[in-house]
Design a binder for this molecule. Structure first.
Ligand code: HEM
Length: 409
């Protein structure tokens, strides 16, 4: 099966085609949640599930809704490997996850916290000196790529390559220029592989204190991982740790500056609100879809699903379900259940990097409030004009920063 046949094109289902619709999908979410909470899309040949409880059930019940699948919304070309964490179910997925899970626990990340804080401080210090700082290019892009590369142990001078390959791999599936896109992705994948292979070989000879070195020492099914397996696993971690966290940071600051003015001041005077501001961003503005395959004929969701049917779950819509989050269209950092959002998934595949993404956002915002008295818009800024084409990702976010008299950074 080639990538054209195996990919599911999300934009063909949602019809969120214009940049304005992509940036504000809320009316469509509402329409689906109320009028069409589960429906079959004939063209893409998939079920679509929107409501919070239903999405929760699909992601939690891996026996009925499996990750072992041939078609996917994932824009990353499939790779055949023994250590494929994304397309397996427990117990195999659990064993693969164990190869790296210890590196991402909150306790392990405690050791990393000072390093992450230094990276954030350095970036924010540079922003202090700038006439026209840009949240995306000066913070939201460099922070996650630097942190994940340091964790894995790849050289700092190569960050731009890693970011570039990750961007190409994560570019959403589309029905336009399919062949060109597939070629670009395979090229990026093979360049990324070629880049990582000598690094992996080097670390196998001289292990250091980083995740790639740990993987070269790790055993799976009684044998050590091969260099190629370490490469593909590392590539997945490097790519997964990038774009998502960039979007979290960019969307959070966008909301403070352009959508809900006053929140930054509130956080400045009460820093205990920081973690909820992060969770509420993940709930309110984080469009993300996942997919699963039905393993048995089932009526459990109230419609007749057949073994082998593909289901797309719309996490962004579930996070805007009024049954779970009253007044869902309100960005409310005092909401008590913001952290019940599904943006990190649910069940056995729950995002391994969630503690890292949360920590990066927490540190970034803490450093911000220690440095800037205010963050305001520069000019009329229309986000829809600044999206990475065909995506819901901001390419730029210009702001004006007012430095605190007692800035401690
Ligand atoms: C805001 C940031 C992030 C978001 C919203 C996010 C979202 C997700 C989601 C929804 C899943 C579940 C996939 C599924 O159920 O099929 C997932 C899995 C995963 N994420 Fe993240 N992610 C983020 C950051 C990160 C970071 C920083 C890393 C670091 C390496 C990471 C690594 C992974 C891995 C390895 C998995 C697969 C886990 C498994 O299948 O057991 N993610 N992520």
């Amino acid at each position: 099966m080639n990538s054209e046949q195996s990919s599911i094109v999300i934009h063909e289902i949602s019809k969120l085609q214009t940049p304005e619709q992509l940036w504000n999908p809320y009316d469509w979410y509402h329409d689906m949640l109320v009028n069409n909470p589960i429906y079959y899309d004939e063209k893409q040949n998939v079920w679509n599930v929107f409501r919070y409880d239903d999405v929760n059930m699909v992601l939690s019940d891996f026996k009925l809704f499996s990750s072992i699948r041939k078609r996917s919304v994932s824009p990353i070309p499939p790779v055949i490997t023994r250590v494929d964490i994304n397309s397996t179910d427990p117990p195999i997925q659990r064993d693969i996850r164990k190869l790296v899970s210890s590196a991402f626990t909150p306790r392990s990340l405690k050791e990393w916290e000072p390093r992450i804080r230094n990276i954030a401080k350095e970036l924010i210090n540079k922003m202090k000196q700038m006439n026209k700082p840009d949240i995306v290019s000066d913070l939201a892009v460099p922070l996650p790529v630097t942190v994940i590369s340091d964790l894995l142990g790849t050289p700092r001078q190569d960050l731009h390559h890693i970011k570039n390959w990750s961007d190409i791999l994560f570019f959403p599936n589309s029905e336009v220029n399919v062949t060109d896109q597939a070629k670009r992705k395979y090229r990026a994948m093979s360049e990324f592989n070629e880049y990582l292979l000598p690094i992996v070989k080097g670390k196998r000879q001289n292990p250091e204190k980083d995740i790639i070195s740990d993987l070269t020492l790790a055993a799976y099914e009684g044998t050590q991982l091969t260099d190629e397996e370490v490469v593909i696993f590392s590539l997945g971690l490097l790519a997964a740790g990038n774009e998502t966290t960039t979007n979290l940071l960019a969307n959070m600051f966008y909301t403070f500056v352009y959508e809900q003015k006053g929140i930054y001041q509130e956080i400045l005077s009460n820093r205990s609100l920081i973690s909820n501001a992060i969770e509420e961003t993940l709930r309110y503005r984080f469009p993300i879809t996942l997919d699963r395959v039905v393993t048995l004929d089932s009526h459990v969701l109230g419609v007749p699903m057949k073994k082998g049917d593909v289901i797309v779950v719309w996490l962004g819509a579930a996070n805007n379900d009024a049954q779970q989050f009253p007044e869902p269209n309100k960005f409310d950092i005092h909401r008590e259940n913001s952290n019940k959002h599904l943006s990190f998934g649910k069940g056995p595949h729950f995002c391994l990097g969630a503690p890292l993404a949360r920590l990066e956002a927490q540190i970034a915002l803490e450093c911000f409030v220690e440095t800037f008295a205010d963050i305001v818009e520069t000019e009329a800024f229309n986000p829809a004009l600044h999206l990475h084409k065909g995506t819901q990702n901001l390419l730029t976010l210009p702001v004006e920063l007012k430095i605190l008299d007692r800035s401690i950074i």
